[in-house]
Design a protein around this ligand. Structure first.
Ligand code: KG4
Ligand code: ZN
Length: 333
């Protein structure tokens, strides 16, 4: 018998619904929230309200796009965490009500596990593999032993890699989210023009908050001498900060690969959309004899297809949850 799952993702600022039939994604639909653009970051209260408005039409359209009837759904999956609690509440409540109405089981999914399992939508990395998950909210190196057996072996102690991009962009006067803009300007810039200190953090953990401070002090000193410094050096500033962030990420990933003697390597999360990171990750793979995996862009950023695929493996494992399930802002793999 095949398994059809409806999955909901609402952990941050994207309202997403997907339908999978076994490991095939039949539909994956996301409503992005434009309301945060003018605020320089995500406003949690506005995010919850937008989820509330978007969730019914998004689910309705996902089911239509999948070409299934509601009665064919075998389980409803939702992101339990980690994420913004108000955003998660909307998805969790909706999933519970929908499962109750259909009289089908519920499956809770850890958002970070789902980012890793997104690789199984179109590919099949071999276990054990390492996954570098980099997004606006997370930076982790995960040792993946099996579909549902993972261990975080390195993570950020403060800001995430995406935040380092976004906060630097803000200091350069760019709008939110600044990561994709830095990517664009950096293509015309010199990555060796400016040097920002890399943090010295033990083992496989990361830290990005010091980088933001060093960019701030550097810009303050330069603009005192030349008020047009940022404007005149934007491309080089973007290329240099991008290089610094990528150097930090890839050095730790290489260290992890050597330490564990693993050569199956995967990249996921919104920052893996960065063109330079993708190129350098693949080049590093060739140099080190790694097999490298990057999901399609639509499965890198937050999406419900990855929740659906994770739920598929939980279904096979008989891992269901009850109507008492509540969201968790912090939720370890
Ligand atoms: O995974 P995601 O969509 O949402 C979170 O779970 O946070 O990641 C969003 C992050 C933002 O920080 C955004 O600036 C960054 O991914 N991002 C990029 C690029 N595209 C998205 N960062 C650098 N270069 C890009 N091309
Ligand atoms: Zn995410």
């Amino acid at each position: 018998m095949s398994i059809t799952i409806l999955a909901i993702e609402s952990s941050c600022d994207d309202t997403s619904a997907a339908v999978c039939k076994d490991v095939k994604i039949l539909a994956n639909l996301t409503a992005n929230q434009e309301v945060h653009k003018n605020w320089g970051g995500i406003v949690p209260e506005l995010a919850s309200r937008a989820h509330q408005v978007n969730i019914v039409p998004v689910v309705d359209m996902a089911i239509k796009n999948a070409g299934i009837r509601k009665e064919e759904i075998n389980a409803v999956a939702f992101t339990r965490g980690p994420g913004l609690i108000g955003s998660l509440l909307v998805g969790v409540s909706f999933a519970k009500a929908f499962a109750l109405a259909l009289n089908v089981p519920l499956i809770e999914v850890n958002h970070m596990q789902a980012h890793v399992l997104a690789h199984f939508i179109d590919n099949k990395p071999k276990f054990p593999f390492l996954c570098l998950t980099v997004s606006g909210g997370h930076t982790q190196i995960v040792l993946v032993k099996d579909f549902l057996q993972m261990e975080v072996i390195g993570e950020t102690l403060d800001d995430a890699a995406g935040e380092a991009f976004d906060k630097s962009a803000k200091l350069f006067g760019l709008s939110y989210p600044g990561g994709p803009l830095i990517d664009e300007y950096a293509k015309k810039g010199n990555p060796e023009k400016f040097h920002f200190a890399e943090p010295q953090i033990a083992e496989l953990d990361f830290s990005f908050s010091g980088l933001k401070t060093s960019v701030l002090y550097f810009l303050q000193a330069q603009t005192k001498k030349n008020p047009k410094f940022v404007e005149e050096n934007l491309n080089d500033l973007c290329a240099s900060i991008q290089k610094t962030i990528i150097d930090i990420l890839l050095k730790k990933l290489t260290k992890a690969a050597q330490k564990l003697n693993i050569n199956e390597m995967a990249l996921s999360g919104g920052v893996s959309a960065n063109s330079e990171l993708r190129t350098r990750f693949q080049e590093l793979g060739v140099q080190n004899g790694w097999t490298t995996y990057i999901p399609k862009f639509e499965y890198c950023t937050d999406n419900a297809a990855m929740i659906a695929i994770a739920a598929h493996y939980k279904y096979l494992n008989n891992e269901f949850t009850t109507q008492a399930a509540e969201p968790l802002a912090r939720y370890h793999i």
